[in-house]
Ligand binder design. Structure first.
Ligand SMILES: Cc1cc2nc3c(=O)[nH]c(=O)nc-3n(C[C@H](O)[C@H](O)[C@H](O)COP(=O)(O)O)c2cc1C
Length: 361
Protein backbone atom coordinates (compact mmCIF):
# COMPACT_ATOMS: atom_id res chain seq x y z
CA UNK A 1 0.00 0.00 0.00
CA UNK A 2 2.04 2.88 -1.39
CA UNK A 3 2.16 5.81 1.01
CA UNK A 4 0.36 3.83 3.74
CA UNK A 5 3.04 1.47 5.00
CA UNK A 6 6.65 0.42 4.64
CA UNK A 7 9.21 -1.88 6.24
CA UNK A 8 7.53 -1.92 9.68
CA UNK A 9 4.12 -2.93 8.29
CA UNK A 10 5.64 -5.61 6.06
CA UNK A 11 7.63 -7.05 8.97
CA UNK A 12 4.66 -7.03 11.35
CA UNK A 13 2.50 -8.83 8.76
CA UNK A 14 5.31 -11.37 8.29
CA UNK A 15 5.48 -11.88 12.08
CA UNK A 16 1.78 -12.73 12.08
CA UNK A 17 2.34 -15.38 9.42
CA UNK A 18 1.32 -13.43 6.30
CA UNK A 19 3.29 -12.63 3.17
CA UNK A 20 4.58 -9.13 3.97
CA UNK A 21 4.36 -6.54 1.19
CA UNK A 22 6.67 -3.62 0.54
CA UNK A 23 4.99 -0.95 -1.62
CA UNK A 24 7.49 0.64 -3.98
CA UNK A 25 5.41 2.86 -6.29
CA UNK A 26 6.64 6.01 -4.60
CA UNK A 27 10.08 4.79 -3.41
CA UNK A 28 13.33 6.13 -4.88
CA UNK A 29 15.87 3.47 -5.97
CA UNK A 30 18.09 4.29 -2.97
CA UNK A 31 15.15 3.95 -0.53
CA UNK A 32 14.21 0.64 -2.16
CA UNK A 33 17.78 -0.65 -1.86
CA UNK A 34 17.90 0.26 1.82
CA UNK A 35 14.44 -1.23 2.59
CA UNK A 36 15.29 -4.48 0.77
CA UNK A 37 18.52 -4.77 2.77
CA UNK A 38 16.66 -4.25 6.07
CA UNK A 39 13.95 -6.80 5.24
CA UNK A 40 16.45 -9.31 3.90
CA UNK A 41 18.66 -9.10 6.99
CA UNK A 42 15.68 -9.42 9.36
CA UNK A 43 14.48 -12.43 7.33
CA UNK A 44 11.21 -12.83 9.27
CA UNK A 45 9.26 -14.45 6.47
CA UNK A 46 8.53 -14.35 2.74
CA UNK A 47 8.31 -10.93 1.11
CA UNK A 48 6.31 -9.44 -1.75
CA UNK A 49 7.71 -6.28 -3.36
CA UNK A 50 5.08 -4.30 -5.29
CA UNK A 51 5.50 -1.91 -8.23
CA UNK A 52 3.25 0.07 -10.56
CA UNK A 53 3.57 -0.60 -14.30
CA UNK A 54 1.61 2.31 -15.76
CA UNK A 55 2.69 3.89 -19.06
CA UNK A 56 3.73 7.44 -18.21
CA UNK A 57 1.81 9.89 -20.39
CA UNK A 58 3.49 12.93 -21.97
CA UNK A 59 3.05 16.19 -20.04
CA UNK A 60 -0.08 18.03 -21.09
CA UNK A 61 0.04 21.68 -19.99
CA UNK A 62 -3.47 22.20 -21.36
CA UNK A 63 -4.93 19.37 -19.29
CA UNK A 64 -3.13 20.64 -16.19
CA UNK A 65 -4.42 24.16 -16.82
CA UNK A 66 -7.97 22.88 -17.26
CA UNK A 67 -7.79 20.98 -13.95
CA UNK A 68 -6.26 23.94 -12.13
CA UNK A 69 -8.98 26.23 -13.53
CA UNK A 70 -11.64 23.83 -12.19
CA UNK A 71 -10.04 24.18 -8.78
CA UNK A 72 -9.71 27.97 -8.91
CA UNK A 73 -12.57 28.64 -6.46
CA UNK A 74 -10.93 26.35 -3.93
CA UNK A 75 -7.58 28.05 -4.52
CA UNK A 76 -9.21 31.41 -3.74
CA UNK A 77 -10.99 30.07 -0.65
CA UNK A 78 -7.69 28.81 0.70
CA UNK A 79 -5.79 32.02 -0.22
CA UNK A 80 -3.68 30.34 -2.93
CA UNK A 81 -2.76 32.03 -6.23
CA UNK A 82 -4.83 30.17 -8.90
CA UNK A 83 -1.93 30.60 -11.36
CA UNK A 84 0.61 29.05 -9.01
CA UNK A 85 3.03 26.74 -10.81
CA UNK A 86 2.41 23.28 -9.34
CA UNK A 87 4.17 19.94 -9.11
CA UNK A 88 3.20 16.66 -7.45
CA UNK A 89 4.68 13.35 -6.33
CA UNK A 90 6.28 11.37 -9.16
CA UNK A 91 5.51 7.68 -9.53
CA UNK A 92 7.99 5.70 -11.59
CA UNK A 93 6.84 2.49 -13.22
CA UNK A 94 9.02 -0.60 -12.79
CA UNK A 95 12.16 -0.15 -14.91
CA UNK A 96 15.69 -1.41 -15.54
CA UNK A 97 17.21 0.30 -12.47
CA UNK A 98 14.54 -1.07 -10.10
CA UNK A 99 14.87 -4.53 -11.67
CA UNK A 100 18.62 -4.48 -11.03
CA UNK A 101 17.93 -3.90 -7.32
CA UNK A 102 15.45 -6.80 -7.29
CA UNK A 103 18.06 -9.04 -8.93
CA UNK A 104 20.58 -8.11 -6.22
CA UNK A 105 18.19 -8.97 -3.34
CA UNK A 106 15.39 -11.11 -4.80
CA UNK A 107 12.19 -11.36 -2.71
CA UNK A 108 9.88 -14.39 -2.94
CA UNK A 109 7.32 -12.42 -4.95
CA UNK A 110 7.34 -9.32 -7.14
CA UNK A 111 3.81 -8.07 -7.74
CA UNK A 112 2.59 -5.47 -10.19
CA UNK A 113 -0.39 -3.14 -10.47
CA UNK A 114 -1.74 -1.96 -13.89
CA UNK A 115 -0.60 -5.02 -15.85
CA UNK A 116 2.94 -6.29 -16.31
CA UNK A 117 6.20 -4.59 -17.30
CA UNK A 118 7.76 -5.33 -20.69
CA UNK A 119 8.47 -9.06 -21.30
CA UNK A 120 12.25 -8.70 -20.88
CA UNK A 121 11.78 -7.30 -17.36
CA UNK A 122 9.29 -10.07 -16.48
CA UNK A 123 11.88 -12.62 -17.62
CA UNK A 124 14.61 -10.98 -15.53
CA UNK A 125 12.44 -11.00 -12.39
CA UNK A 126 11.67 -14.70 -12.93
CA UNK A 127 15.30 -15.53 -13.66
CA UNK A 128 16.17 -13.94 -10.30
CA UNK A 129 13.98 -16.63 -8.70
CA UNK A 130 10.95 -14.46 -7.89
CA UNK A 131 7.32 -15.29 -8.56
CA UNK A 132 5.51 -12.70 -10.66
CA UNK A 133 2.00 -11.72 -9.51
CA UNK A 134 -0.34 -9.04 -10.82
CA UNK A 135 -3.83 -7.65 -10.24
CA UNK A 136 -6.78 -8.35 -12.53
CA UNK A 137 -10.07 -6.46 -12.26
CA UNK A 138 -11.83 -8.48 -14.99
CA UNK A 139 -11.68 -12.05 -16.26
CA UNK A 140 -10.12 -10.79 -19.51
CA UNK A 141 -7.29 -9.13 -17.58
CA UNK A 142 -6.70 -12.36 -15.62
CA UNK A 143 -6.40 -14.36 -18.86
CA UNK A 144 -4.02 -11.76 -20.31
CA UNK A 145 -1.81 -11.86 -17.21
CA UNK A 146 -1.69 -15.67 -17.15
CA UNK A 147 -0.86 -15.73 -20.88
CA UNK A 148 1.93 -13.20 -20.34
CA UNK A 149 3.76 -14.96 -17.54
CA UNK A 150 1.99 -14.19 -14.24
CA UNK A 151 2.53 -17.00 -11.71
CA UNK A 152 -0.56 -15.95 -9.69
CA UNK A 153 -3.45 -13.54 -10.21
CA UNK A 154 -4.74 -11.10 -7.63
CA UNK A 155 -8.48 -10.86 -8.37
CA UNK A 156 -9.18 -7.29 -7.28
CA UNK A 157 -12.91 -6.80 -6.80
CA UNK A 158 -14.74 -3.49 -7.10
CA UNK A 159 -14.88 -3.20 -3.27
CA UNK A 160 -11.11 -2.76 -2.88
CA UNK A 161 -9.52 0.37 -1.43
CA UNK A 162 -6.85 2.32 -3.32
CA UNK A 163 -6.17 2.23 -7.05
CA UNK A 164 -7.91 -0.20 -9.36
CA UNK A 165 -5.38 -2.39 -11.17
CA UNK A 166 -7.44 -1.89 -14.38
CA UNK A 167 -5.26 -2.02 -17.50
CA UNK A 168 -7.37 -3.38 -20.40
CA UNK A 169 -10.23 -1.59 -22.14
CA UNK A 170 -13.24 -3.57 -20.82
CA UNK A 171 -15.00 -3.46 -24.21
CA UNK A 172 -12.19 -3.95 -26.75
CA UNK A 173 -9.61 -5.78 -24.61
CA UNK A 174 -6.89 -3.41 -25.84
CA UNK A 175 -4.27 -2.10 -23.40
CA UNK A 176 -5.56 1.25 -22.24
CA UNK A 177 -3.78 4.43 -23.25
CA UNK A 178 -5.91 6.85 -21.26
CA UNK A 179 -8.13 6.20 -18.25
CA UNK A 180 -11.58 6.67 -19.73
CA UNK A 181 -14.08 7.64 -17.04
CA UNK A 182 -16.63 5.15 -18.42
CA UNK A 183 -14.35 2.12 -17.92
CA UNK A 184 -15.18 2.06 -14.26
CA UNK A 185 -18.83 1.17 -14.93
CA UNK A 186 -17.63 -2.28 -16.10
CA UNK A 187 -15.75 -3.22 -12.92
CA UNK A 188 -16.75 -6.44 -11.13
CA UNK A 189 -17.37 -7.25 -7.45
CA UNK A 190 -15.22 -9.81 -5.58
CA UNK A 191 -18.00 -12.42 -5.17
CA UNK A 192 -18.47 -12.61 -8.95
CA UNK A 193 -14.87 -11.99 -10.02
CA UNK A 194 -13.00 -14.58 -7.93
CA UNK A 195 -14.75 -17.81 -9.03
CA UNK A 196 -14.80 -16.71 -12.68
CA UNK A 197 -11.06 -16.03 -12.63
CA UNK A 198 -10.48 -19.34 -10.82
CA UNK A 199 -12.33 -21.05 -13.69
CA UNK A 200 -10.51 -19.07 -16.39
CA UNK A 201 -6.83 -19.55 -15.44
CA UNK A 202 -4.68 -22.43 -14.23
CA UNK A 203 -2.48 -20.39 -11.85
CA UNK A 204 -3.42 -19.67 -8.21
CA UNK A 205 -5.86 -16.82 -7.55
CA UNK A 206 -5.61 -14.41 -4.62
CA UNK A 207 -8.89 -12.69 -3.69
CA UNK A 208 -8.81 -8.97 -2.89
CA UNK A 209 -11.45 -6.36 -2.23
CA UNK A 210 -13.77 -5.96 0.74
CA UNK A 211 -12.16 -8.74 2.81
CA UNK A 212 -11.64 -7.46 6.33
CA UNK A 213 -12.57 -10.28 8.67
CA UNK A 214 -12.79 -14.07 8.82
CA UNK A 215 -16.15 -14.15 7.04
CA UNK A 216 -14.63 -12.54 3.95
CA UNK A 217 -11.55 -14.73 4.07
CA UNK A 218 -13.51 -17.97 4.46
CA UNK A 219 -15.88 -16.92 1.67
CA UNK A 220 -12.99 -16.13 -0.69
CA UNK A 221 -11.38 -19.51 -0.03
CA UNK A 222 -14.77 -21.20 -0.59
CA UNK A 223 -14.94 -19.43 -3.97
CA UNK A 224 -11.69 -21.12 -4.96
CA UNK A 225 -9.11 -18.50 -4.02
CA UNK A 226 -5.78 -19.85 -2.77
CA UNK A 227 -5.19 -16.84 -0.52
CA UNK A 228 -6.53 -13.38 0.23
CA UNK A 229 -4.94 -9.96 -0.06
CA UNK A 230 -6.12 -7.45 2.51
CA UNK A 231 -5.38 -3.73 2.41
CA UNK A 232 -7.81 -1.43 4.20
CA UNK A 233 -7.96 -3.39 7.48
CA UNK A 234 -4.18 -2.92 7.88
CA UNK A 235 -4.60 0.86 7.75
CA UNK A 236 -5.96 0.53 11.30
CA UNK A 237 -2.78 -1.07 12.64
CA UNK A 238 0.06 0.57 14.55
CA UNK A 239 2.52 0.10 11.67
CA UNK A 240 0.41 1.90 9.03
CA UNK A 241 1.85 5.29 8.10
CA UNK A 242 -1.38 7.12 7.23
CA UNK A 243 -2.28 10.52 8.70
CA UNK A 244 -4.35 10.89 11.85
CA UNK A 245 -7.12 12.39 9.68
CA UNK A 246 -7.16 9.30 7.48
CA UNK A 247 -7.19 6.97 10.49
CA UNK A 248 -9.97 9.01 12.14
CA UNK A 249 -12.06 8.84 8.95
CA UNK A 250 -11.78 5.03 9.01
CA UNK A 251 -12.46 4.74 12.74
CA UNK A 252 -15.41 7.17 12.74
CA UNK A 253 -17.48 5.00 10.43
CA UNK A 254 -17.43 7.63 7.67
CA UNK A 255 -15.67 5.10 5.42
CA UNK A 256 -19.12 3.52 5.07
CA UNK A 257 -19.34 6.11 2.27
CA UNK A 258 -16.60 5.40 -0.26
CA UNK A 259 -16.51 5.96 -4.00
CA UNK A 260 -14.25 5.29 -6.94
CA UNK A 261 -12.63 8.57 -7.90
CA UNK A 262 -9.96 9.79 -10.29
CA UNK A 263 -9.58 13.26 -8.79
CA UNK A 264 -6.54 12.47 -6.64
CA UNK A 265 -4.21 10.90 -9.20
CA UNK A 266 -5.93 10.63 -12.59
CA UNK A 267 -6.60 6.89 -12.23
CA UNK A 268 -9.69 5.45 -10.53
CA UNK A 269 -9.18 4.55 -6.89
CA UNK A 270 -11.51 3.98 -3.94
CA UNK A 271 -11.49 6.60 -1.18
CA UNK A 272 -13.76 7.66 1.67
CA UNK A 273 -15.82 10.54 0.25
CA UNK A 274 -14.55 14.03 1.05
CA UNK A 275 -14.97 17.62 -0.14
CA UNK A 276 -12.97 17.47 -3.38
CA UNK A 277 -14.70 14.24 -4.43
CA UNK A 278 -18.13 15.77 -3.73
CA UNK A 279 -17.36 18.99 -5.63
CA UNK A 280 -15.36 17.67 -8.60
CA UNK A 281 -16.13 13.98 -8.86
CA UNK A 282 -16.12 11.32 -7.84
CA UNK A 283 -15.14 10.68 -11.52
CA UNK A 284 -14.24 13.69 -13.64
CA UNK A 285 -13.34 14.16 -17.30
CA UNK A 286 -11.39 17.33 -16.38
CA UNK A 287 -8.64 15.47 -14.55
CA UNK A 288 -5.21 15.08 -16.23
CA UNK A 289 -3.51 11.71 -16.75
CA UNK A 290 -2.09 9.59 -13.93
CA UNK A 291 -0.22 10.53 -11.83
CA UNK A 292 -0.20 14.23 -12.65
CA UNK A 293 -3.66 15.11 -11.24
CA UNK A 294 -2.07 15.20 -7.79
CA UNK A 295 0.02 18.26 -8.68
CA UNK A 296 -2.80 20.81 -8.77
CA UNK A 297 -4.28 19.41 -5.54
CA UNK A 298 -0.96 19.54 -3.67
CA UNK A 299 -1.14 23.19 -2.46
CA UNK A 300 -4.79 22.78 -1.42
CA UNK A 301 -3.98 19.53 0.40
CA UNK A 302 -1.10 21.19 2.27
CA UNK A 303 -3.21 24.23 3.26
CA UNK A 304 -6.17 22.14 4.44
CA UNK A 305 -4.04 19.57 6.27
CA UNK A 306 -2.31 22.42 8.15
CA UNK A 307 -5.78 23.08 9.62
CA UNK A 308 -6.36 19.35 10.25
CA UNK A 309 -8.82 19.10 7.35
CA UNK A 310 -8.75 16.23 4.85
CA UNK A 311 -10.81 18.09 2.21
CA UNK A 312 -8.22 17.49 -0.54
CA UNK A 313 -6.44 14.38 0.80
CA UNK A 314 -6.96 10.91 -0.58
CA UNK A 315 -8.56 8.77 2.14
CA UNK A 316 -8.06 5.40 0.46
CA UNK A 317 -10.49 2.87 1.84
CA UNK A 318 -12.26 -0.25 0.66
CA UNK A 319 -15.95 -0.81 1.25
CA UNK A 320 -15.38 -2.97 4.35
CA UNK A 321 -13.44 -0.63 6.64
CA UNK A 322 -16.18 -0.89 9.25
CA UNK A 323 -15.80 -4.68 9.36
CA UNK A 324 -12.17 -4.23 10.34
CA UNK A 325 -13.10 -1.71 13.04
CA UNK A 326 -15.58 -4.24 14.47
CA UNK A 327 -13.10 -7.14 14.33
CA UNK A 328 -10.51 -5.08 16.16
CA UNK A 329 -12.99 -4.01 18.85
CA UNK A 330 -13.99 -7.63 19.40
CA UNK A 331 -10.43 -8.91 19.71
CA UNK A 332 -8.40 -6.22 21.43
CA UNK A 333 -7.86 -6.76 25.11
CA UNK A 334 -6.57 -3.25 25.76
CA UNK A 335 -7.70 0.00 24.17
CA UNK A 336 -4.68 0.37 21.96
CA UNK A 337 -3.94 0.29 18.27
CA UNK A 338 -3.26 -3.35 17.31
CA UNK A 339 -0.15 -4.53 15.54
CA UNK A 340 -0.51 -5.88 12.00
CA UNK A 341 0.85 -9.13 13.43
CA UNK A 342 -2.18 -9.40 15.76
CA UNK A 343 -4.57 -8.50 12.96
CA UNK A 344 -3.27 -11.27 10.70
CA UNK A 345 -3.88 -13.81 13.43
CA UNK A 346 -7.31 -12.47 14.40
CA UNK A 347 -8.51 -12.64 10.78
CA UNK A 348 -7.09 -16.14 10.27
CA UNK A 349 -8.62 -17.41 13.54
CA UNK A 350 -11.96 -15.84 12.64
CA UNK A 351 -11.81 -17.51 9.20
CA UNK A 352 -11.18 -20.91 10.82
CA UNK A 353 -14.19 -20.37 13.11
CA UNK A 354 -16.44 -19.34 10.19
CA UNK A 355 -15.21 -22.18 8.05
CA UNK A 356 -15.88 -24.74 10.82
CA UNK A 357 -19.40 -23.42 11.34
CA UNK A 358 -20.11 -23.67 7.59
CA UNK A 359 -19.33 -27.39 7.66
CA UNK A 360 -22.60 -27.99 9.51
CA UNK A 361 -24.58 -27.05 6.35
C1 LIG B 1 -4.13 2.73 1.18
C2 LIG B 1 -4.05 1.75 0.05
C3 LIG B 1 -2.97 1.78 -0.80
C4 LIG B 1 -2.85 0.84 -1.83
N1 LIG B 1 -1.73 0.85 -2.61
C5 LIG B 1 -1.53 -0.17 -3.49
C6 LIG B 1 -0.28 -0.29 -4.15
O1 LIG B 1 0.63 0.51 -3.96
N2 LIG B 1 -0.11 -1.35 -4.99
C7 LIG B 1 -1.10 -2.30 -5.18
O2 LIG B 1 -0.88 -3.25 -5.94
N3 LIG B 1 -2.30 -2.18 -4.57
C8 LIG B 1 -2.52 -1.16 -3.71
N4 LIG B 1 -3.71 -1.09 -3.03
C9 LIG B 1 -4.76 -2.10 -3.29
C10 LIG B 1 -4.50 -3.35 -2.43
O3 LIG B 1 -3.39 -4.02 -2.92
C11 LIG B 1 -5.69 -4.31 -2.43
O4 LIG B 1 -6.05 -4.67 -3.73
C12 LIG B 1 -6.90 -3.75 -1.71
O5 LIG B 1 -6.53 -3.01 -0.57
C13 LIG B 1 -7.81 -4.89 -1.30
O6 LIG B 1 -9.07 -4.42 -0.89
P1 LIG B 1 -9.39 -3.90 0.60
O7 LIG B 1 -8.80 -2.52 0.66
O8 LIG B 1 -10.88 -3.89 0.63
O9 LIG B 1 -8.76 -4.84 1.58
C14 LIG B 1 -3.86 -0.14 -2.02
C15 LIG B 1 -4.96 -0.15 -1.16
C16 LIG B 1 -5.07 0.77 -0.12
C17 LIG B 1 -6.25 0.70 0.80
Amino acid sequence: MAGAGGVALAQAAQSGGALGSLPCATLSPSALESDLKTLNEASIGPLNVNFFTHSPQPDSPNAQQQWQTSLSDAYKTWGIDPNLSVSGAARSPFNDALCTLIEATPPAVVSFHFGLPEPALVERVKAAGCQVWSSATTVAEARWLADNGADAIIAQGFEAGGHRGLFLDPLTGAEIETDEVGFIAHQVGTLSLVPQIVDAVSVPVIAAGGIADGRGMAAALALGASAVQIGTAFLLTAEATITTMHRDALLSGSAEKTALTNVFSGKPARSAVNEVMRTHGPMSTRVPAFPTAAAALAPLKAAAEAEAKADFSSLWSGQSANLAVKLIQENQTKHQTPSASDLVQWIANDARRVSASCQTF
